[in-house]
Design a protein around this ligand. Structure first.
Ligand code: FMN
Length: 336
């Protein structure tokens, strides 16, 4: 089984579903000495298997796969309907029809089968913790499991269930907060403080991420007890990344000075560059993935139109330090 302490470079290229992660990006991070991750979220099982094959063709080093674990959630129909009416004018303006606010499990069983069959070196989970049985089946196949946690209580519970390692995610992180309880107000404890508390509470290796954008910040989490840093935003402008043009342009624009957290796009808290849509829809109700499906066509139309005031622009608090370059150059700049 992979020992994360043996990575040549203590950097995990965070899985970034929805476009930024490509097989080429994951493989390039691994080739640079770190651990590249494929993002299985929103992908079907066959697409995931094809991604793995494509990445395997580019590297013989270790690869991770990240799966969403979507808990059943009944969104309040009246609240979702009110929200639909609030955002409808945006959709009309962009010539898009809003989607169906349905629940689904992101094809969990099929993707679990794919990773059990293909055995990537690491499989991580976000939004929840799989059953002890699923964790054991992966471990039996020599796959290192990693569960994303945002509190000490989640960390203890993941380890009690059999997680072999943890990905501690601080509130600085770009993209969705991995908090297991969709309705809970996300914990605001800064990464280093949260990491120190988790390391003291559990005996397994811990990777830490959120707002890490340079080698000094990577060294900071290693000094606090992490075995590696998980870095997402810093790779968004990598040549190998599939980051959309509207997202790349916003990251390069010095006037987009701030990030904030919002539920407006998907019904689950996520951090991104602040824009008009986030500001105008602060009261979006909880409901993941219902709101994700509702807004998907609107977000696609906004991205296609290059409308950065409506498109979602996930980014962590370190966004101002992102640099252009190959994943190898970015990884080298992150190496303490
Ligand atoms: C665009 C984007 C997409 C993300 N998608 C995922 C994902 O699919 N699965 C996951 O576990 N984390 C995802 N994350 C969160 C990362 O795993 C990680 O926690 C975060 O990138 C670390 O903070 P940073 O972005 O400041 O480096 C995403 C982050 C970003 C920026």
């Amino acid at each position: 089984m992979l020992d994360l302490r043996e990575l040549r470079v203590p950097v995990v290229g965070a899985p970034m579903a929805g476009g930024p992660t490509t097989p080429a990006l994951a493989a390039a991070v691994t080739e640079a000495g770190g651990l590249g991750f494929l993002a299985a979220g929103y992908r079907g099982g066959d697409a995931l298997a094809a991604d793995l094959e494509a990445a395997r063709a580019l590297t013989s080093g270790p690869l991770g796969v990240n799966l969403f674990l979507v808990a059943p959630f009944e969104a309040d129909p009246a609240a979702v309907d009110a929200y639909r009416r609030a955002i409808e004018p945006e959709a009309t303006r962009l010539g898009a029809a809003l989607g169906e606010p349905r629940w689904d499990d992101d094809d969990w069983e099929r993707k679990l089968e794919v990773v059990l069959d293909t055995r990537p070196e690491v499989v991580s989970f976000t939004f929840g913790c799989p059953s002890a049985d699923a964790l054991r089946r992966l471990a039996d196949r020599n796959v290192l499991t990693a569960v994303t946690v945002t509190t000490v209580a989640e960390a203890r519970s993941a380890v009690a269930r059999g997680a072999a390692s943890l990905a501690v995610q601080g509130p600085e992180a770009g993209g969705h907060r991995g908090t297991w309880d969709l309705e809970a107000e996300p914990d605001g404890t800064p990464l280093l403080e949260l990491l120190a508390a988790v390391v003291a509470a559990v005996p397994v290796p811990v990777v830490a991420g959120g707002g890490i954008a340079d080698a000094a910040a990577v060294a900071g989490v290693l000094d606090t007890g992490a075995v590696a840093a998980q870095v997402g935003t810093a790779y968004l402008l990598a040549g190998e990344a599939g980051t959309r043009p509207v997202h790349r342009a916003a990251l390069r624009d010095p006037s987009t000075a701030e990030t904030g957290v919002t539920r407006a796009y998907t019904g689950r808290w996520a951090r991104g560059l602040v824009n008009r849509f986030m500001t105008e829809h602060r009261d979006a109700p909880p409901g993941y993935p219902q709101l994700h499906h509702l807004t998907a066509p609107l977000r696609a139309a906004a991205a296609a139109a290059g409308d950065a005031q409506v498109a979602h622009l996930w980014a962590g608090t370190g966004h101002a330090s992102v640099r252009e370059g190959s994943a190898a150059e970015i990884t080298a700049a992150l190496t303490p």
